[in-house]
Design a protein around this ligand. Structure first.
Ligand SMILES: [Zn+2]
Length: 494
């Protein structure tokens, strides 16, 4: 029997504001769509938090035995400078400023995005479609929405008719907004736009002559509206209705609201069963912003090269820190908090390594099965990773008490603790034991020093003392000391 039958997962659904028992549309299979990055600059740490949160979701669903198709898009066209659909395409603007092709911008920042997520040990999604790779499908969906009467064409652009849609459906149901309030809050003047109402949004925009990213369509040479790609790519790969849609909190409105409207207008079906939103990341209690210097790039964490940091931290420590908060809470990033996480992370890994050394008894002084279920309970409660981590530390205390001779553990319980700790730490939380990597590197380094010692011995045999001294002195200058003795030459790292 699959684990998902024994462990009842609950997910907080942003649509209903409640934790609901997770029951996928098709038993044993999960379709999950997460809004990916617009690849016009280096990936933000805040975005990394969102993708690490959904990596945790992906990993836990797989751990429970579900077959998961995880789709995460790359926005490489159509995302304009501001959400009111004005300004230049973000990618085209960067291309213009750097005098390179838009696709060079896309390539550069897609590679950066993949590199950073790989460092954080995120699993790649099952499919990573691009907006420019789905222009044909986007045009077909616009045609459908126009046919159903929920969109209109003006001067070569096509707009979604929010008011018409709202007569039969509810525009604003995800973000809890009423259309009347949206009208009251709008500052856009209708006269400046071709739209019938400022709330309407573009499905297709006619390209200005200087706009380089353009495609032919029945309406004009132009480009798709930003919200459309997610509707089109999610339905293409997951169906008109699918299980989980995720993204950052900031995408709830208007992006996700527009996705729902487009999906319902095109197919008559509400596309998503469970909406999930990851909260934001602050730095030292304030919003991150390049302009104020209150900003950190992911690579700067790994090098320590940022005025907000006192040292470098490994990607696993940063990931551990991120997972110590619930994905729905605001997380505040700081040097102090990272240092505390590093200590905790090392204690956790040390306990896992100590497990093998524990002497076994005929019984245990700790209820291992109950503890194991508490680990699952934490994750079943809307992927509550901070509670899971706290529960893992209960085992750390227990392991240390056995080590000190104060507690007892049986052979089978030791196996259960080991397999459970490893499953949750490495498979579900996706953390990496960097000390294992270090041990491996230390072995290689020792091998390299041995080679140098042999070369030095050969040089001495050949009476080439200049070379032999050079090897000894230069190794010493980088902190490796050679000691000649009767048994040959030994070395130590200073
Ligand atoms: Zn999206």
């Amino acid at each position: 029997m699959a684990l998902y039958n024994e462990q009842r997962l609950k997910i907080y659904n942003s649509m209903t504001g409640e934790k609901e028992i997770f029951s996928p549309l098709s038993e044993g299979y999960v379709g999950m769509y997460v809004c990916g990055p617009t690849v016009y600059s280096n990936v933000h740490l805040g975005n990394c938090r969102t993708f690490i949160s959904f990596d945790l979701v992906f990993r836990y669903l797989k751990h429970l035995g579900y077959k998961v198709r995880y789709v995460r898009n790359i926005t490489d066209a159509g995302h304009l400078e501001n959400d009111a659909e004005t300004g230049e395409d973000r990618i085209a603007k960067k291309a213009r400023l750097e005098q390179i092709e838009p696709m060079e911008v896309v390539q550069r920042y897609t590679i950066d995005f993949h590199n950073i997520l790989q460092k954080f040990n995120n699993l790649p999604p099952s499919i990573e479609p691009t907006a420019t790779g789905h222009i044909v499908e986007q045009i077909e969906t616009i045609k459908k929405i126009v046919e159903k009467g929920f969109a209109y064409e003006v001067n070569g652009s096509v707009y979604f008719d929010v008011f018409k849609f709202n007569k039969e459906h509810h525009y604003g149901k995800l973000s809890g907004r009423a259309i009347e309030d949206m009208i009251a809050n709008t500052r856009e003047l209708a006269a400046q736009s071709d739209k019938r109402n400022p709330q309407d949004f573009a499905l297709w925009k006619k390209a200005e002559p200087q706009h380089i990213m353009r495609w032919p369509s029945p309406w004009s040479d132009g480009f798709p509206g930003w919200h459309l790609e997610c509707t089109v790519m999610s339905s293409k790969y997951l169906g008109e209705e699918f299980d989980i849609h995720g993204g950052g909190m900031d995408l709830k409105f208007p992006h996700h609201e527009c996705e729902i409207a487009q999906g319902e207008a095109a197919t008559g079906k509400d596309p998503v069963k469970y909406w999930m939103h990851a909260n934001m990341l602050t730095l030292n209690g304030k919003k991150m912003a390049k302009s104020t210097g209150n900003n950190i790039l992911p690579t700067e964490i790994f090098t320590g090269d940022n005025e907000n940091l006192s040292k470098a931290f490994s990607p696993s420590v940063a990931r551990f820190f991120i997972l110590q908060a619930n994905y729905r809470s605001i997380l505040d990033f700081s040097d102090e908090a990272l240092k505390a996480s590093e200590k905790g992370f090392n204690r956790l890994l040390e306990a896992v390594r100590n497990l093998d050394l524990l002497a076994v008894s005929s019984s245990s002084s700790f209820s291992v099965e109950e503890w194991k279920q508490r680990c699952y309970d934490a994750m079943n409660d809307d992927f509550n990773s901070p509670i899971l981590i706290a529960t893992l530390f209960d085992a750390v205390k227990f392991i240390n008490s056995v080590k000190e001779g104060e507690g007892k553990i049986s052979e089978t319980d030791k196996e259960t603790v080991k397999s459970t700790m490893e499953a949750f730490i490495f498979d579900v939380l996706g953390l990496v034991d960097t000390t294992v990597e270090n041990t491996d590197q230390t072995e290689k380094l020792s091998g390299a020093v041995d080679i140098l010692i042999k070369l030095r011995a050969q040089a001495r045999e050949n009476k080439d003392f200049a070379t032999s001294d050079q090897i000894r002195d230069q190794l010493l200058s980088i902190g490796i000391q050679l000691k000649d003795g009767k048994e040959g030459t030994a070395f130590s790292f200073e």
